[in-house]
Every structure is written in C-alpha cells, then in structure tokens.
Design a protein around this ligand. Structure first.
Ligand SMILES: *[C@@H]1O[C@H](CO)[C@@H](O)[C@H](O)[C@H]1NC(C)=O
Ligand SMILES: *[C@@H]1O[C@H](CO)[C@@H](O)[C@H](O)[C@H]1NC(C)=O
Length: 341
C-alpha cells in the first residue's frame, strides 16, 4: 500500500517535471523563431531590398544606381548629389565607394574599386610576381614542365612540352609585355610533339592546345610589331591531329589518355572522366575555324552529343563513363557542366 503511494507520487512528480521541461522547450522554440526572423528575411533578400529602396528615396533620385559613374574619375566618384561621401573611406583606407551603373535597382550592389594610384601599385606587384615565377621557371626548370619550388629543379608532369612556358605565353600579352611575349614565343616555336609519351587528353587540351590557340590569336593581333608566321597554329594543328585518335571509340567519347607518337595504348582504360569529354568544345572548335578543317569541331561535338545521350532519366550525367559500353562506372553527379564552357 505504502509502496503504491510512493510510486504514484513519483509518477506525478515525473509528469510535472516533464511538463515544465516541455513548456521550457516551447518557450525556447518561440524565442528562437522570433530571433531568426531577421535572419530569414535577410536570406530572402527582403532587408537588403528595403535598404536599397530607402536609399533611393533618401537621395531623392530613383535612378540613383543607374547613374553612370566613370571608375577612372577618381575625383568625382565619391560625390553624391554634390556632397562628398567619405564615410566609406574613413573605414577602409585606400578604397573608394563605387555604385555599380549596371542592372535594375533591386539587384544593384555597392562595389569598391581601388583608386588609380592603388591600381598602379597592384598592377606592378602582379607583374613583379609573375616575372619572379616565370624567370625562376626558365632558370631552374625549363625545358621541363614545371618548377619544384623547394628543390628548385624541374620536372615533367603533364608531358614533356614545357607546360609552364605555354601556359604563361598569353599572360605576357595580357600584361602588355611584348618583348617578353616575343622571347617566350621563340622558345615555344622549338617545341616538338613527336614524342613517345602518354598524355592526359583533358590537361593537354585546356593547357597546351588552348594556350597555343589563344597565343596565336594574340600574336596575329600584334601584327608586324612581332615576327610571327603562324608557327603556333602549326603546332596546335599537329597537336590536334595527335589528340584525335583518343576519340576513335564506339561511342565517340574519348579515352582519358593518348600517346603522342603511337596513339591510344592497348592497355589504356576505357573509363573516362566526364570533364574530358565535355571540355574540348572551345579549343577544338577554334582549331577548326583557324585551320579551315571541320574534323576537330565535328569530333568534339560528336563526343558531347554522345555524352548527352547517355544522361540519366533525371537528366543528370555522372562522373566516369565507359567510352566503349556507355555505362556509368561512377554515377555520382557533379557540376561538370562547368567544363562545357
Ligand atoms: C623530352 O623532351 C626533350 C627535348 O625535346 C627530349 O630530349 C627528351 O628525350 C624528352 N623526354 C622524353 C621522356 O620523351
Ligand atoms: C604509356 O602507357 C602504356 C599503357 O599504360 C605503357 O605500357 C607505356 O609504357 C607508357 N609509355 C610511356 C612512355 O610511359
């Protein structure tokens, strides 16, 4: 009897405790929801939009964000309605407040562009860093592919074709270093792809074929400012011919690797990474345009159409495919469409 009572009271106590805990939990939940409303609003962009609208009204001009501003006009960029807006500069020294002239108000944002003086300093720093890397590559690693920065020696990584040199060639032109471009060009002209090495179709396409073609177009643009007789295009075409055998498969999708001298090796795996198949479009199409030979563009297009025809019912493509059977060997779907660009 006594025992039963004891049991009952403990049961009562338990429910009371449970209830208070539940009330506490409920209270906590309500607090959490209320404190998170601004966060949710912010994520939905409502707060941001509201602020932008307020700003427009404040400035009394609806087209405030559409107002064109010349980013090079250092003096006038901070003048808003004849008042110098210096609040930003006080917090972030060296940068100026710049309202982007593009897009509708709701999507506009405030961008910060360095002053001309700062830009000049940055430009020089980038150029200095580029030349530091390039000079050391030439001194310690050339003609091998890459520089090993600790041992200061060269190594062949993606082939035996002075990869860093070709990768860097168009950077000279971008930095307006015509003399450097011409010097690098002389070295690239000596490259010969007739070698017994296995190379990655993907890496060779984007780095070597892409590098040669972009540098060729730049060299053409420079006209008679440099001595150039389409040597880069001849090299690119030779390389294109050596890459084509990789695409000779039942599905039209390429092998991952090919030997530059002997074509696809008998032991080569038939499994290819999706990126290899999709990546050829820009390089192969430009090679066709510049050589007036449709074979490259046709071959690449066939591979991409074949890949697309092997998508799943959900419209997805996987990571690895067998280019003989068309079976996905690695069905994880990643954002490989990036490489279709
Ligand atoms: C790499 O290229 C150099 C220069 O063209 C050549 O002498 C060397 O034999 C090549 N190495 C291989 C492994 O093909
Ligand atoms: C190229 O790859 C094949 C097959 O994997 C191999 O037998 C051959 O030795 C490789 N050639 C070179 C030069 O590494």
């Amino acid at each position: 009897m006594e025992n039963k009572e004891k049991k009952d009271t403990t049961k009562k106590k338990k429910t009371i405790i449970e209830r208070t805990i539940n009330y506490k939990l409920l209270f906590l939940l309500i607090i959490i929801i209320f404190t998170h409303i601004p966060v949710i609003k912010y994520c939905k962009g409502e707060i941001l939009k509201g602020n932008i609208k307020k700003l427009n009204v404040k400035n009394g001009e609806h087209s405030f964000f559409r107002q064109k501003r010349d980013i090079n006009d250092v003096e006038n960029n901070n003048v808003i309605n004849n008042k110098i807006d210096d609040t930003f500069n006080q917090n972030f020294k060296g940068f100026r407040n710049y309202k982007t002239p593009i897009g509708p108000e709701e999507y506009s944002e405030t961008r910060y562009v360095p002053t001309n003086e700062k830009l000049k300093v940055y430009r020089e720093k980038v150029s200095e860093m580029f030349h530091y890397s390039y000079d050391n590559y030439i001194q310690h690693a050339y003609p091998e592919d890459e520089l090993k920065p600790i041992s200061c020696t060269g190594q062949n990584t993606w082939g035996n074709f002075s990869l860093t040199l070709i990768d860097a060639l168009d950077t000279f032109a971008v930095m307006n270093d015509i003399e450097g471009f011409e010097n690098a060009l002389e070295k690239v002209k000596k490259i010969n792809f007739d070698m017994d090495i296995n190379i990655s179709v993907f890496e060779t396409t984007i780095r070597i074929l892409g590098g040669l073609l972009s540098s060729h177009l730049i060299a053409k643009d420079l006209g008679n400012r440099i001595t150039y007789h389409d040597e880069l295009l001849v090299l690119a075409e030779d390389l294109g011919q050596r890459l084509l055998p990789a695409f000779d498969t039942p599905t039209g999708m390429p092998f991952g690797s090919v030997n530059l001298k002997h074509g696809v090796q008998p032991e080569e795996t038939t499994v290819t990474c999706t990126a290899t198949i999709g990546t050829c479009s820009i390089e192969f199409s430009w090679l066709s345009i510049l050589t007036n030979n449709p074979i490259y563009e046709f071959t690449c297009r066939r591979a991409i159409h074949s890949l697309w025809s092997h998508r799943t019912n959900a419209g997805l493509i996987g990571a690895h495919i067998d280019v003989f059977t068309g079976f996905w060997t690695e069905a994880v779907s990643i954002f490989f469409f990036f490489f279709f660009l």
